[in-house]
Design a protein around this ligand. Structure first.
Ligand code: SF4
Length: 200
């Protein structure tokens, strides 16, 4: 909606001159409170995520080190620091298993245990599941149970991690809507990216 007045004033063609690849125009991003300069920023599609994190956001408060960033909403997979050269765009983010969503940029620092982060995600997903289809209804509650235990212990066993992956992949393949699919993706992609930390 923020784009509409500008488009009416300047025309759609002018707006479409901005952007990158198939993502045209601009996007409003919301940087979370962990950034040195949190807040709302309108950026042109195609900007590297590294520039968003370190130049616009100023990095993390107090010089803390970045462990990862979630772009989109809570059901978007985590992007690792070494992936920050990705450009902001729908296809570009999909190519690294992430998503654009509604443009939240949630950074977290290197003292955040990924197992706790995953527990928060699946706990939220289980609470929000409407229960209409069983892959999501049973999958989110099973993942919530697995990660609650793992969060208390500090890690997942290999058998638990494999079970979590199977459950997440079933949710991705068979859930009726993006809630179940997104939860499955967030768990599967994030777990694979941080396997060495999460699994013992
Ligand atoms: S995937 Fe969608 S339809 Fe299925 S239980 Fe979850 S929220 Fe409901």
């Amino acid at each position: 909606m923020a784009n509409v007045p500008w488009i009416i004033e300047n025309g759609g063609d002018k707006y479409a001159e901005m952007g990158y690849n198939r993502s045209r125009g601009t996007k409003v991003l919301s940087l979370n409170s962990l950034f040195e300069r949190p807040g709302l920023y309108e950026v042109e599609f195609g900007i590297p995520l590294r520039e968003v994190v370190y130049e616009i956001g100023g990095g993390l408060k107090g010089g803390r080190r970045l462990k990862g960033v979630i772009v989109g909403g809570p059901l978007s997979p985590v992007i690792r620091p070494e992936e920050l050269d990705v450009r902001l765009g729908v296809e570009e983010l999909r190519a690294i298993g992430a998503s654009l969503g509604h443009g939240n940029v949630i950074a977290f620092s290197d003292d955040t245990p990924i197992v706790d982060l995953l527990h928060e995600i699946v706990h939220f997903a289980a609470f929000e599941s409407c229960g209409k289809c069983f892959p999501c209804r049973l999958g989110t509650s099973e993942l919530d149970r697995l990660f609650e235990e793992a969060s208390r212990r500090g890690y997942l066993t290999k058998a638990e991690a494999e079970e979590a992956l199977r459950t997440a992949e079933t949710m991705m393949a068979a859930s009726l809507c993006s809630h179940g699919v997104g939860t499955g993706e967030a768990v599967a992609v994030t777990l694979k990216k941080y396997w060495d930390e999460v699994v013992r």
